[in-house]
Design a protein around this ligand. Sequence first.
Ligand code: PEP
Length: 269
Amino acid sequence: MEEIYLIGNWKMNMLPADVLAYFDKFLINLRKYINTKKEKRDIKIKTLDAVKTIFAVPYIDMFYANLYANEEKRIEIAAQNVFHIDEGSYTGEVSPLMLKSIDIKYSIIGHSERRKMGETSKDIFQKANALLKHNIVPIICIGESKDEEEKKKTKEVLKKQIKEIMENINDKNSMQKIIFAYEPLWAIGTGKHCSKDKANENILYIKEVLKEEGIENPKVLYGGSVNAENAREYIETKNIDGLLVGGASLKHTEFLKIYVEIIKVLNKE
Ligand code: PEP
């Protein structure tokens, strides 16, 4: 069974005290849901194992979030960003070595909110190389603006974004691990999600370009105003390997509903 990723991007939200409250409730409800399914013999372990549930949390929350992840193996913790050098005089930065030291296995890079602050393709491939060196999976965000979409330049923009990064990834073996997230800028935090057909078409295209760049079995997620109502349609769509969820991941009840929608699709309910 193919893996489906459910990644919650908390952005710059959640104080450590909120993390404790969130995970206490989220994990109780998650376990209740899973146990009920198991009691009714209504689910296979391999279905549960197929869902990779990951929370991309602010650095300040990582310590607490990790306590829960260590206790509940069904969730993992990611960074939302990283620096490209392991140590040195870089005030305010956090390195891949530091993430590795607390067993963080994923980091988002190239999120459009960071690109807006000046992050370039060069920054992104440097970060990707630095993460891969430590066996941390880069989750690289790409996507077109509203203007580019209206001018029918989506594919051109996506290809350029991918090539600028992938042509500079050093280790051709470890690059197989990279996950991409297609996040049209106009869909992020706007409530205007991309139609499933458009998302599917663009993700299929992204996969073709990634294959040209040497990724044999590319994993590409969709992100942009995903919620419990629309999650299912993306997961049912052939080319989409999971969801990157911003706003809707901040409410543990909503995020769990999205998880349940994924399980329902995998469980053919
Ligand atoms: C995101 O932050 O990556 C995102 C997709 O946000 P939202 O779900 O709120 O659109």
